[in-house]
Design a protein around this ligand. Structure first.
Ligand code: 5GP
Length: 125
């Protein structure tokens, strides 16, 4: 079910539990600002989720409230993961779902990083 991106942060969401090490993930990268791990239900040959370490519900919440350092650190981490996974030459796609229309299901900001092969049209309509 899609989440309400204006609701307060829920510290019991699944990605908060992954950040606290309470449930496992297949980790790709971690630094002071971000954690990257493989999506449990991949929708491309490579499907990685990159999340900030701070408690932000969505892209909207993050860009409104996060510090310059958090924003720079998170965005740099996304780029680093793409380069480190050799995705740049052949190309890749970033996606951040926000709220009901976006189909966001987990109420902790995450950027999907898709790659590994042709990704098809941007949206299925
Ligand atoms: P959203 O629809 O919120 O943009 O995407 C949530 C993503 O999180 C989905 O692609 C889903 O497969 C992934 N996901 C949900 N629960 C888990 C989990 O426990 N571990 C991992 N690695 N991915 C998850």
């Amino acid at each position: 079910m899609a989440i309400d991106p204006t609701a307060p942060y829920d510290p019991d969401n699944i990605f908060a539990k992954i950040l606290r090490g309470e449930i496992p993930c297949d980790k790709v990268y971690e630094d002071d600002h971000a954690l990257a791990f493989y999506d449990i239900a991949p929708q491309a040959d490579v499907h990685i989720l990159v999340i900030p370490k701070g408690e932000y519900v969505s892209w909207d919440d993050f860009t409104a409230k996060a510090s310059e350092e958090e924003i720079a650190g998170f965005i740099r981490a996304v780029g680093h993961v793409a380069r480190e996974r050799q995705l740049v030459t052949r190309g890749y796609r970033l996606l951040a779902n926000v709220g009901r229309n976006g189909g966001q299901e987990v109420p902790h900001l995450h950027v999907h990083l898709f790659g590994g092969g042709p990704l098809g049209p941007m949206l299925a309509r």
